[in-house]
Design a protein around this ligand. Structure first.
Ligand code: XLS
Ligand code: NI
Ligand code: NI
Length: 435
């Protein structure tokens, strides 16, 4: 028996590039082999429970616009109805994974203990559906930014009682993720930062955040959770400044607290843009340090300057994203989570399905283009040509030398650098052949 929410919408099929059916995949063919691996295993798509099923369509200037049968979201019966609808959509799309926060999947109760019992009840309910439909949990996480108790931070709160509440909350969400066989556990610190330095002891807060993350890692080992612990960078919003600013900042933080071998990064397209980077920059930074974990795929409106969390639709950008992911050897335990929401005028159930269909096709096109570029090898060849002189014995020995021996060769006139073209336009034209 179905809920009827998606009445008239059949499971989405791959129909190929010439299809004009808006509810068919034109490019996403899960079983197609790309560089020896199935497309679905490269992309590892996940639906984000919060945007698709918990968000009600509000914005800073207006209330909810969506009318859903599981509203108001304050009752366990309706939480189960929401789960029924969510799993129906996972089935319609044929996605292998979903991601969740505690508050998305169960209403908070009057006490922590009651909320915990509800989390246990709803994850039992999920477990049966996951088994039945063969759908897995990519990651779970704790929402430690919406409730007023978190307004001054979770692990970085000046009040140790809030730190304690955060510890209990993360423990409960790690337990739930473990129970659901989750492949990763994510920490995004939306309130781990500050509104003003006038009331903030930054060094102390960072030490608390480092200690907290070490406890998370210890607990992972204690319960035998084999997934990856991921932190998700974002420079600001909701806080004026967030400590996990971008990939490079997070890597420095992880090294400072000795966690670089234990924690990787969950990178998000829109957060990269907010930090003044491109998405491929963030991926390349993480990959160069062996810390690429997973991605939150979405896009910002480049004019508004907000984290608008739209579904991706820019194939050239997405192609470069997957190019760097493929070069790094893939996503490992990670995946492509659509941390993206409908526009608040997109009221209908079909909008929700079509948004994911389009986004999956955009990612598939990007992946295809990325694989074709790698297989053609043009960019790699240009790269090795550009750095070829570093493979010579003279250049290698220079790296073992010191400033004075190097300077001697320059002064004697033996070394006289000749500027060469970086060929950026030629390379951009090359990429355009594939996208
Ligand atoms: C918000 C974040 C959030 C995390 C999970 O900007 O992207 O959705 O992915 O807490
Ligand atoms: Ni985000
Ligand atoms: Ni995210």
């Amino acid at each position: 028996m179905t809920t009827g929410f998606f009445d008239g919408i059949d499971p989405i099929q791959f129909e190929g590039e010439n299809s004009t059916n808006p509810l068919a995949y034109s490019h996403y063919d899960g079983d197609a082999l790309i560089m020896g691996k199935r497309m679905k295993d490269h992309l590892r798509f996940a639906v984000a429970y919060w945007h698709s099923f918990a968000w009600e369509g509000g914005d800073p200037f207006g209330g909810p616009t969506f009318v859903r049968p599981w509203h108001p979201q304050d009752d366990m019966g309706r939480a189960k109805m929401k789960a029924d609808v969510a799993f129906e959509m996972f089935g319609i799309l044929g996605v292998p994974f979903f991601c969740w926060h505690d508050v998305d999947i169960r209403p908070e109760a009057a006490t922590f203990a009651e909320s915990l019992a509800r989390l246990d009840e709803i994850t039992d309910y999920f477990g049966a559906k996951m088994e039945d439909q063969k759908i897995d949990c990519l990651w779970g996480t704790a929402n430690m930014f919406s409730h007023r108790r978190w307004m001054a931070g979770a692990s970085t709160n000046p009040d140790p009682d809030v730190f304690a509440y955060a510890a209990a909350t993360v423990k409960s969400c790690m337990d739930a993720t473990h129970k659901l066989g989750g492949q990763n556990y994510v920490l995004w610190g939306g309130r781990e930062g500050y509104e003003t330095l006038l009331n903030t002891d930054m060094g102390r807060e960072l030490d608390h955040m480092g200690r907290f993350l070490s406890m998370v890692v210890d607990y992972k080992h204690k319960i035998g959770f084999e997934g990856t612990i991921l932190v998700e960078p974002k420079p600001q919003e909701p806080s004026k400044h967030q400590y996990d600013y971008d990939a490079a900042t997070c890597i420095g933080f992880l090294r400072k607290y000795g966690l670089e071998g234990e924690v990787k990064l969950n990178l998000e397209q829109g957060h990269a843009i907010l930090a003044g980077h491109s998405f491929e920059h963030e991926i390349a930074v993480a990959a160069s340090e062996g810390m690429l974990g997973s991605i939150d795929m979405n896009r910002n409106d480049y004019q508004s300057g907000w984290d608008t969390d739209q579904f991706p639709n820019n194939v050239p950008e997405v192609a470069l994203t997957y190019y760097h992911i493929l070069k790094a050897g893939g996503l490992g335990t990670g995946g492509t989570n659509f941390d993206a929401k409908l526009r608040r005028q997109s009221l209908d159930p079909v909008d929700l399905v079509a948004a994911h269909v389009g986004a999956m096709d955009v990612c598939a096109r990007g992946l295809n283009a990325a694989a074709a570029m790698l297989e053609d090898g043009g960019l790699e060849e240009a790269l090795s040509t550009r750095y070829a002189d570093w493979d010579t014995a003279r250049a290698k020995s220079m790296l073992q030398g010191d400033l004075s021996t190097i300077a001697a060769d320059v002064i004697s006139g033996k070394i006289d650098p000749q500027p060469r073209s970086g060929q950026q336009e030629i390379l951009e034209n090359y990429v355009n052949r594939f996208v």
